[in-house]
Design a protein around this ligand. Sequence first.
Ligand SMILES: NC(=O)c1ccc[n+]([C@@H]2O[C@H](COP(=O)([O-])OP(=O)(O)OC[C@H]3O[C@@H](n4cnc5c(N)ncnc54)[C@H](O)[C@@H]3O)[C@@H](O)[C@H]2O)c1
Length: 376
Amino acid sequence: MKHYLVTGGAGFIGANYVKYILKKHSDIQLVILDDLTYAGNLGTIRDNLKDPRVEFVKGNIVDPQIVKSIFEKHPIDFTVNFAAESHVDRSIENPQLFLQTNILGTQNLLDTAKKFWAVGTDEKGYPVYREGVKYLQVSTDEVYGSLGETGYFTEKTPLDPRSPYSASKTGADLIVVAYSETYKMPVNITRCSNNYGPYHFPEKLIPLIIKNILEGKKLPVYGDGSNVRDWLYVEDHCKAVDLVLLQGRTGEVYNIGGHNEMKNIDIVKLTIATVRKLMEENPEYRKALKPASLSVTDLNRINNDLITFVKDRLGHDHRYAIDPAKITGELGWYPETKFADGIVKTIRWYLENQDWVEEVTSGDYQKYYEQMYGNR
Ligand SMILES: NC(=O)c1ccc[n+]([C@@H]2O[C@H](COP(=O)([O-])OP(=O)(O)OC[C@H]3O[C@@H](n4cnc5c(N)ncnc54)[C@H](O)[C@@H]3O)[C@@H](O)[C@H]2O)c1
């Protein structure tokens, strides 16, 4: 029996990971720690909270008392840290919050785990830890900076973050390395590319585009839309985190992603075409239109004319692309879901789960949306 502390488990990737490991491993106990910021939604894991293997704690990863109380109550073996402020645009508006959550939160989790996991010291004075424990930091390819038209990020690419978000994630990674070197803590870092799939908060590109198409709103695209991202289906990411946690070599970094490079503008056009095609084939999906409609003529408004180019993001990185050779070679992982299949699965999910979208896009999100895209 393994006891997990999963932070950020009510967010996009964390929730998908919780669902994935509960299905995959019967013999586990989970504590989910999440502060339920605008990006966290308990509705996403509503069904999982009924599982007797799961306990939910609302709290901030920066708070030493909360994290300590979890370790006092449960014999935690694994800490998997998804909790973060994760949106680059928001980091440009409020960098300090990103440093607090992403750097200090990570340090607090490491420090508490260190205290509870250490069972003695070796002859050189380094802590010795209970057998089988590990801390896994979920990081991002953005710590490597931006690529030109060619080349890939490997685990040896120098860290070169550009935005307050990526700088804060880099700071967190370096703290993890420091705990590994200084205190010999058993850790891994995973760095993944852009995820897409179910439960993605609709301020990120793909779910935002779907939402706006359904509402007949313009589709904002930064700059000329030529920025390239390496898209990874979220379940493939969850599989990789599970593998690294259970089989990854201690102390190692693993890049996760690979060979699904797309320009933002092409993603937007493909999303438009796919929403339209799915609605043509399945009249039931047209109920997701706002206002709901079954009329085929209403589909005429779903076309590329909805695209509107908006002022580019400050310091917008041009291209990210991952070389996943290390995780493939050592752990046999590869991105199983081809983008052409993953995007259809994702759009279907959004068309069938409009209740979830309504639930998460009330309140704070509306204010934020007005601030970023108002009058466009
Ligand atoms: N989404 C991506 O494409 C992507 C790509 C690479 C790396 N990542 C990393 O993966 C992780 C998860 O990303 P995501 O897209 O699921 O993010 P998300 O914004 O959807 O979810 C973050 C979760 O963390 C919680 N949280 C935020 N601050 C907290 C705090 N101080 N204490 C406790 N909980 C807090 C939120 O409530 C939310 O549930 C992040 O660390 C992110 O940097 C994401």
